[in-house]
Unconditional design. Sequence first.
Length: 202
Amino acid sequence: MLRLCLLAGATLAGATSPAEATTPAAAAFPAGPYKVTLSHAKVTSMDPSNQYIDVLTPVGAAGQTFPLVAYAHGFADNGEDDYKRLGPAIAAWGYVVAFANSCRFGCLKNCKTLPHDPSCFGTYYEEQLKVIAWAQSGADGAVGLPINHTAQVGVAGHSMGGQSTAFSASYKNASQHNIGAAVLHHGFTHSYPAMTVPFPLF
């Protein structure tokens, strides 16, 4: 997971604008050794705003497995589609990167709003944890993904996804979901839960 933290820092070194709807820009850095494929799965446990998960998978040798990273998008962003350079850049270094598409403008099913935040993002972090649970369960759509289920999981997110990442890495969430590191990219939050894993901020 330390490599994930360092990679994220290098990837975002060229990002200049913390604007809420601005996706992080990728900086020049060495490309990873793996080719990357994209797949999609509908997962009915996700918020009904959008129940699809995008998965970027490194193409390794037969039987090779990789750690999982659950990435949370920002306000008004989609899943992998708004992180066309960042997502594949992470996956190419040997991570299965899964993006939720739910709660683009807030969650529909459990609309909780934290002080000074956009409406209905108070439980958005639960979508990130659902991605981990789905990927680790071997449920329909997750079957065959080359995930190393014994490795710790990484969580990362941009803007409101950065806040989601902070909550996912706090309280008992980190230990219950085997989270080993968190990376916040231009995290937007007015709440500061006590994270229990290493958490670089960019």
